[in-house]
Design a protein around this ligand. Structure first.
Ligand code: SAH
Length: 218
């Protein structure tokens, strides 16, 4: 069960979360504002209501998790989203990261491979508020060739390698933020596709994600 009520208590807890993210090194004001604007408890079962604003990942079913707010803020900050950019997200999960991208004005194309999680979009509370999100049931390794190329691509599961089809679907000048597997934890990489098609790689902190898996799961 979920409850859609954003009380003063929730708002206060959210403000504290934003302060914590600042302390942890998130500096992009637009990203912080987006997190402050979105009731994260709407994306979780009401059992998590009181702890939804702790900087932690939580289970969302199908052995998957809603990413930790720090991770969401970190990946979003690296992406440097500008309004109306076309963004491909792999791993819709709870739709929370998707909503942060949409709040920043991106046109978001998000793919989920677990049917039960994909189906959450039917009851998505913010459907009218964010018509700039399009949901897809599929395998993120394939991307969305029909809608390519994308300005930005974000992968929210641990990738065993950099999916070549996603590199192809990136615009020249575009960027991909992807946690790449190094055993139990992943290195966050930002790849930039240069005008000549070559890829520049920057490496950032270590994170721990659920695995990016091939194929769909009905
Ligand atoms: N962005 C989500 C994170 C969810 S965890 C959130 O904020 O809640 C990662 C998600 O990636 C899971 O829902 C998992 O099912 C999905 N996933 C894993 N491999 C995938 C693939 N190949 N294609 C699409 N989604 C995938």
């Amino acid at each position: 069960m979920r409850t859609y009520e954003d009380t003063y208590q929730h708002k206060g807890l959210r403000k504290r979360l934003v302060d914590l993210l600042k302390e942890k090194g998130i500096t992009d004001e637009q990203v912080l504002d987006a997190i402050n604007a979105i009731p994260r408890h709407y994306f979780l079962d009401s059992a998590f209501d009181k702890i939804a604003y702790e900087d932690r990942a939580f289970p969302i079913g199908e052995s998957q998790t809603i990413s930790q707010p720090y991770t969401v803020a970190y990946q979003t900050q690296l992406l440097q989203i500008k309004r109306s950019e076309k963004v491909l997200e792999i791993g819709t999960g709870s739709i929370y990261q998707t909503t942060v991208l949409a709040e920043l004005g991106a046109r978001v194309f998000t793919i989920e491979r677990q049917k039960k999680l994909y189906d959450l979009q039917k009851d998505y509370y913010f459907r009218n508020k964010y018509p700039n999100i399009k949901f897809f049931f599929g395998d993120g390794f394939e991307g969305l060739p029909t809608f390519a190329p994308f300005d930005k691509i974000i992968i929210t599961a641990a990738a065993p390698f950099i999916p070549p089809k996603l590199i192809q679907q990136l615009k020249p000048g575009g960027m991909m933020v992807i946690p790449v597997d190094e055993g139990d934890s992943q290195r966050m990489l930002r790849l930039t596709k240069e005008a000549d098609g070559s890829i520049t790689e920057e490496a950032f902190e270590q994170f721990s994600f659920v695995p990016m898996l091939t194929g769909k799961n009905r």
